[in-house]
Design a protein around this ligand. Structure first.
Ligand code: HEA
Ligand code: HEM
Ligand SMILES: [Cu+2]
Length: 656
């Protein structure tokens, strides 16, 4: 009996590895201390009302950003564990099976649970404000998206504590991810974690498309939208076309594992190449989903900090939209080596190269915007200036990879690893950091310390090149990705050592950012203007942080960069555009449905992972019942009275 319990416990809880064990204990202690603080300070009511059930896009944005920064930390620890293992040949820091788990969780977490939510956080913070709207089109759905992402991420991370992590790479190619070769529960955690958060992402895509198309302030024609909003539209259109493919692919993999079907196994008539095609039909567009909004941020930042109109507005719009479309025509460049044949490879090589054209147009537009501008080098602009050279080199090595015959040499080597980290870190991470620093004062009403910000910037930048440039070389020397160790006679030691040092320099950069945030909270350099960067778009026309209702009265838009034009008119002696009289503002009420429904999803996922139908089936019923119950809720909205609006505006020193 006792032996049985012990066996079960050692299967259920991952034991044996001191590193994992330490991290498990750490996670439990951290969770307990959060619960303790909330209870001790009697903050549960506040936490429930102000955060858990909120439908305010600004708060949902902040929750996304906090969660994604925690995930950046976890993904970063994974990265540094791998770099430590690779620092010299024949290391025995991580066991090979453990190394497999870590590159898998690192890849998944960085793309799906760090980049995506950080991106959604920035969408939420700024899109409604940029287009002069009160909230997103479907505020409750927005909250549901967040909680689905959160529960999916928690489920995925739980694999680390209970049952074991997935270990077949971030895209889980079969047959390795099939039951036969992967009998543990890690792969099921992977499927359900991504599936649940993926549904949330799809709904966010729909929500923001409708918001942008339907909720713009009067006068803001499509071609007068800020460039960030355009890039969000491009990214969301790509999401709604790509994510359903992911959902179906993972569902098929689940049916293979759960019911013993053979969609992706050769025995029984299936085909693993089917999976490879499907997963990349999502996976390739996914990288443009995350990079397009970064392009949008750079566009807004460059014009703001160079104090010039964005060069080539309409060519930027065309570039965004054509990248969205062409991103669906290039997926097979990820498996040139897997036997598609010369003509198929030629098609996909050319379609891939085509993307360099709109991307190049964007790069030159940013450079022309800066040309002869009065550039001020504050944090958002610094990250933009760091991005351009980094991304261009990463993009150019992408073009090298797209040459199909050459890719037989580069494929799955460290040359590839260096390419994608260069575009992902140089493009996506630097881009979101630029956005994070840019909109921080709008989120919280105070500025981040510039000096510590410069330290963080340089540490990340220098660390990046030190870490990833040697990887191009070591890749050409033959080092393959996903190696857990290598021998002394390969000659790869020096380059790997340098690369690991670079990784740790970036890690220090991250810690400096944490320090910067804490320090700035203490220093509290308040921004009372609401417009600290002398901005151009509507979000800078209101107080910081934005009040619950965003705009006291609907702004009326005449130009691109309307807020900037208005300021110029006033400077030239003109009168401010008259504002209509205040009216009560229609607002959505909080809702507990999203958290309840997402918790049911979490339980269902957990049940399916362990084949516990007694849990999974009632939990799925819970999902359906919550949905049904919610559809009978009529008490969904209220009005903010004029008095209250007047009071809020007056408290911020604004006459209405
Ligand atoms: C944000 C993420 C991101 C971005 C933006 C890109 C952008 C590009 N990627 Fe990359 N890529 C990844 C993320 C990304 N990639 C990931 C994660 C993988 C690996 C996944 C895995 O296997 O696990 C990968 C893998 C990958 C492969 C597969 C290689 C292999 O497996 O062997 C290929 C091959 O064609 C490729 C090509 C390209 C190209 C041509 C671009 C282009 O979009 C780049 C365009 C930009 C420029 C070219 C620079 C600016 C342009 C100019 C200054 C104009 C002048 C230039 C010319 C006219 C050439 N990428
Ligand atoms: C601190 C910076 C980072 C370092 C040092 C780092 C390091 C690594 C290492 C060592 C690997 C495994 C290589 C291998 O053995 O094949 C890896 C894989 C990967 N990384 Fe990173 N990384 C960093 C940041 C990021 C970021 C920000 C992203 C995404 C936004 C990312 C996405 C990925 C992906 C998708 C993989 C592939 C996983 C797989 O092979 O399944 N990384 N990284
Ligand atoms: Cu691709």
């Amino acid at each position: 009996m006792w032996e049985d319990i012990k066996d079960w416990a050692s299967d259920f809880f991952v034991t044996g590895d001191p590193l994992i064990y330490g991290a498990d204990v750490g996670i439990v202690l951290a969770s307990l201390s959060v619960l303790f603080v909330l209870t001790y300070f009697k903050k549960w009511g506040w936490f429930w009302r102000e955060w858990v059930t909120t439908v305010d896009h600004k708060k949902i944005g902040i929750m996304y950003i906090i969660a994604s920064l925690l995930m950046l930390f976890r993904g970063g620890v994974d990265a540094l564990l791998m770099r430590t293992q690779l620092v010299m040949p024949e290391m025995e820091f991580l066991k090979p099976e453990h190394y497999n788990e870590i590159f898998t969780t690192h890849g998944v977490i960085m793309i799906l649970f760090m980049a995506m939510p950080l991106m959604f956080g920035l969408f939420n913070i700024s899109v409604p404000l940029q287009i002069g709207a009160r909230d997103v089109a479907f505020p409750v759905l927005n909250s549901l998206s967040f909680w689905l992402f959160f529960m999916g991420a928690m489920l995925f991370n739980l694999s680390f504590v209970i049952g074991g992590s997935p270990n077949s790479g971030w895209l889980a190619y079969p047959p390795l991810s099939e039951k036969m070769f992967n009998p543990g529960v890690g792969q099921d955690f992977y499927i359900w974690g991504i599936q649940i958060s993926g549904i949330g992402s799809l709904m966010t895509g729909i929500n923001f498309i409708v918001t942008i198309l339907k909720m713009r302030a009067p006068g803001m024609k499509l071609m007068k939208m800020p460039m960030f909003t355009w890039s969000v539209l491009g990214s969301c259109l790509t999401i709604i076309l790509a994510f359903p493919v992911l959902t179906v692919t993972l569902a098929l993999l689940f049916i293979d594992r759960f019911l013993g079907a053979h969609f992706f196994t050769l025995d029984g008539g299936g085909n693993p190449m089917m999976y490879i095609n499907l997963i990349w039909m999502w996976g390739h567009p996914e990288v443009y989903i995350v990079v397009l909004p970064a392009f949008g941020i750079f566009s807004d930042v460059v014009s703001t900090f160079a104090k010039k109109k964005l060069f080539g507005y309409s060519s930027m719009v065309i570039a965004i939209m054509s990248i969205s479309v062409v991103s669906f025509l290039t997926w097979a460049h990820h498996f040139f080596t897997m036997g598609s044949g010369a003509s198929v490879n030629a098609f996909f090589a050319i379609s891939t190269m085509v993307i360099a054209i709109p991307t190049g147009v964007k790069v030159f537009n940013w450079l022309f915007t800066m040309y002869k501008g009065r550039i001020s080098f504050q944090a958002p602009m610094l990250w933009t200036m760091g991005f351009i050279p980094c991304f261009v080199v990463g993009g150019l090595t992408g073009v090298m990879l797209s040459v199909a015959p050459a890719d037989f040499q580069f494929h799955n080597s460290y040359f590839l690893i260096a390419h994608f980290h260069q575009v992902l870190i140089g493009g996506v991470v630097f881009g979101y950091f630029a956005g994070f620093y840019y909109w921080w004062p709008k989120m919280f009403g105070f500025k981040l310390d510039e000096k510590l910000g410069r330290w963080a910037f340089w540490l990340w930048n220098i660390g990046f090149y030190v870490c990833f440039m040697p990887q191009y070389v070591v890749g050409l020397m033959g080092m393959t990705r996903r190696y857990s160790t290598y021998s002394w006679d390969t000659g790869w030691f020096g380059l790997n050592l340098v690369s690991t040092i670079g990784g740790f320099i970036m890690g220090i950069g991250f810690l400096v950012q944490v320090w910067q945030i804490l320090y700035s909270i203490k220093k509290m350099d308040k921004d009372t203007t609401g417009d600290p960067w002398d901005g151009r778009t509507l979000e800078w026309s209101i107080q910081s942080p934005a009040p619950l209702y965003n705009f006291a009265t609907d702004p009326v838009v005449k130009d691109v960069d309307d807020w900037w034009e208005e300021k110029q008119r006033i400077k030239a002696g003109g009168k401010p555009t008259p504002k209509p009289a205040l009216q009560p503002i229609h607002m959505p009420k909080n809702s507990a449905m999203p958290i309840i429904k997402s918790t049911f999803w979490f339980l269902a996922g957990f049940g399916f992972v362990f084949d516990w139908m007694w849990l999974a089936l009632p939990a799925m019923a819970g999902v359906a019942i919550t949905m049904l119950f919610y559809s009978f809720r009529y008490d969904t909205d209220y009005y903010i009275p004029v008095d209250e609006i007047r009071k809020t505006e007056a408290a911020a020193g604004r006459a209405v």
